[in-house]
Design a protein around this ligand. Structure first.
Ligand code: ATP
Length: 314
């Protein structure tokens, strides 16, 4: 039986601006998504029978049809019935390294890896664009996870434009293991508190465009100016998550005291990251934060920004 091992990187949001409501009920967003080296490993094996089977080494992760990796395999089955008839289904093994429900797109990147892996197993030869189109059917963050790197994402987050690569920047990532924030709760709460400020889709294109503030950070990325990038970071969801989760606020405040370039919550949280000038600086910050908050529930990682998405390891 043929098999592949894939590496599926997490992402952070360097920027997340909520622009307004969309007719489909989702939010209109402007986000800057950035891949990081912290990654899950996904083993895929053609099993020759008419079944998708899933295993995972993390009890927080469902192994039924609600798992995004399962949904990705199921989508491939329905899109390519002839390949399913020829090769059969897949056995998927998820080795989770990315904290779950953390705002790091852990489930989305696993789904992206399954799409890339099944394309190879079934010898389909899909293009990146075709894979991204399939990915958008699973979730808004999945298309980005295919190619990764640094990108600006608009609409629901599924329309991507690549930005210049950011190299050799390290981050400290902090997440309370037992703390989970529902993405749907965060967006719905934001809408109920700030929905009256949303840009209406009846306003002119020029007015709508002038309401988007991501231009400065995009320029800073193009100039590769890390200090400026750190200054221009923004996450609108902090306005609802930080008041509700004092532990997340405390993490941000603690990190801000150290010698870092900037700190921000990722996505809908509750993970918080700090941009650091060097690996050594990031290791120092991790150690200081560990001494300040010795709670064993607090997971800390030093990782770096990377320039790619899903990779085939073997
Ligand atoms: P995003 O940043 O895309 O909003 P997230 O990082 O906040 O995602 P995930 O780690 O994807 O969140 O987990 C969200 C929920 O999705 C979990 O509570 C879990 O029940 C479910 N889930 C489904 N599939 C997976 C998967 N492959 N890995 C992790 N969680 C999964």
């Amino acid at each position: 039986m043929r098999s592949y091992t894939l590496i599926a990187p997490a992402k952070i949001n360097l920027y997340l601006e909520i622009i307004g409501d969309r007719p489909d009920g989702y939010h209109e967003l402007a986000m800057i998504l950035q891949s990081i080296a912290l990654a899950d490993q996904i083993d895929l094996e053609a099993n020759g029978i008419e079944l998708i089977r899933l295993r995972c080494d993390n009890k927080q992760v469902p192994v039924d049809k609600s798992n995004l990796a399962y949904r990705a395999a199921d989508l491939m089955v329905s899109e390519f019935p002839d390949s399913f008839a020829t090769y059969g289904g897949v056995d998927i093994t998820l080795h989770k390294r990315i904290p779950v429900a953390a705002g790091l797109a852990g489930g989305s990147t696993d789904a992206a890896a399954v799409l890339v892996g099944m394309d190879l197993l079934w010898k389909l030869g899909l293009t990146k664009l075709e894979l991204e189109e399939l990915a958008a059917k699973i979730g808004s963050d999945v298309p980005f996870c295919i190619g990764g790197g640094t990108a600006i994402a608009t609409r629901r987050g599924e329309v991507l434009s690549s930005l210049s690569d950011l190299g050799d920047i390290y981050i400290v990532l902090a997440k309370y293991r037992s703390l989970e924030v529902s993405t749907a709760w965060a967006y719905n709460t934001y809408r109920s508190l700030y929905g009256d400020r949303y840009i209406k889709d009846t306003e002119s294109l020029a007015e709508r465009a002038s309401a988007v503030n991501s231009g400065e950070i995009v320029q800073a990325i193009i100039r590769q100016n890390v200090k400026e990038i750190a200054d221009k970071m923004r996450n609108d969801l902090e306005k609802v998550v930080l008041p509700e989760y004092p532990q997340v606020l405390q993490l941000k405040e603690s990190l801000a005291k150290y010698d870092i370039l900037g700190t921000m919550m990722s996505g809908s949280g509750p993970s918080v990251f700090a941009l650091c000038e060097s690996k050594e600086k990031a290791e120092q910050v991790k150690l200081s934060l560990r001494n300040e908050i010795p709670d064993t529930d607090l997971e800390l990682f030093v990782t770096r920004l990377i320039t790619h998405g899903i990779q085939v390891a073997s």
